[in-house]
Design a protein around this ligand. Structure first.
Ligand SMILES: Cc1cc2nc3c(=O)[nH]c(=O)nc-3n(C[C@H](O)[C@H](O)[C@H](O)COP(=O)(O)OP(=O)(O)OC[C@H]3O[C@@H](n4cnc5c(N)ncnc54)[C@H](O)[C@@H]3O)c2cc1C
Length: 272
């Protein structure tokens, strides 16, 4: 923070990107400011405040749900569109953010720009096959959320590019989903484990399954064996055993593995 010399308030994405890409300014994006102030590299000399950018709306486009990167947790919690999507899981997850003060300030763009074990939205967006629209020097790009934290992306959001929106595909609208944050208290940011489960059903069998695990590592991951067990119709017990085995392999420890597999079994028995 001590090296900050300039504070920029652009009012368009184009203007913001111009500041970010001008090496003279050594700029970094700031949205809600809840995390950036704690993690600011010494090399940064300009705060690029995104609050005046038109990237806050939550809307439908071509049947997809489009969430502006500047939408706060509170905006998302209260949004009718988010509440009506995939059983309301996106709003419910936003409501699990630690405190109302943080929910009022923190944005979804800031939540996903860098991998962090305890961040909520990466788990949910990975489970909903979301895409992220980035604006960079070469123009706009739509990337799969699962590729956002890979070196193949070749971008560092916030330093050389901006996230402008998140696109949740139309096909997920009717998925049955659950997001669980297993934490010491409701107001903890830290959690033992975060979980996202989803299922799409035809009759009594699942035709689509997602099991995503967060909080064990900065990047959330899918549990493919648990998903396979769910799709095979082997039953809650077998699927729960598959998830427990995957979590043990990921060194989650006994408590997390057994709690997560019980929660998964409960989800399957409630949905399928
Ligand atoms: C006390 C406390 C409690 C917290 N509790 C939780 C919790 O329960 N759950 C949770 O998930 N998180 C929690 N957080 C973490 C943090 O608040 C969130 O990650 C938040 O979403 C960050 O968003 P922001 O808008 O404040 O980002 P900022 O702090 O402004 O920025 C964070 C990073 O994202 C980059 N960035 C921001 N917007 C963009 C954009 N549009 N494009 C590219 N890069 C961008 C910035 O350059 C920076 O690197 C907590 C933080 C604190 C301090």
């Amino acid at each position: 923070m001590k090296n900050i010399k300039y504070y920029a308030f652009p009012s368009s994405v184009k203007e913001a990107l111009a500041v970010l890409l001008n090496k003279k300014y050594k700029a970094m994006a700031l949205a809600g400011g809840t995390l950036v102030a704690k993690t600011l590299p010494d090399t940064v000399e300009t705060y690029l405040d995104l609050k005046n950018l038109p990237i806050k709306s939550i809307r439908l486009h071509g049947g997809n749900l489009v969430i502006g990167a500047g939408a706060t947790f509170d905006d998302i919690d209260r949004s009718k569109l988010c509440r009506g999507w995939a059983g309301g899981v996106i709003s419910a997850a936003a409501a699990r953010c630690s405190s109302q003060l943080i929910r009022n300030m923190a944005t979804i763009g800031g939540n996903i720009a860098r991998p962090h074990s305890f961040n909520i939205f990466p788990v949910v967006l990975l489970g909903l096959d979301a895409k992220v629209r980035l604006q960079a020097k070469k123009g706009a790009r739509l990337v799969d959320f699962q590729d956002l934290y890979t070196s193949g992306l070749g971008l560092r959001p916030g330093l050389d590019s901006l996230i402008t929106e998140i696109v949740v595909p139309a096909r997920t609208k009717k998925w049955k989903c659950d997001f669980i944050k297993l934490a010491k208290t409701a107001s903890s940011w830290e959690s033992y484990i975060t979980l996202f489960f989803s299922a799409e059903k035809k009759g009594r069998s699942a035709t689509q399954a997602r099991v995503v695990v967060g909080a064990l590592s900065p990047r959330p991951f899918r549990a493919p064996e648990a998903e396979k067990a769910m799709l095979s119709g082997a039953g809650g017990q077998a699927a729960a055993r598959a998830l427990a085995a995957e979590l043990e392999a990921a060194r989650a420890g006994e408590y997390r593995s057994s709690a997560a597999s019980s929660l998964f079994k409960r989800f399957i028995e409630g949905q399928i």
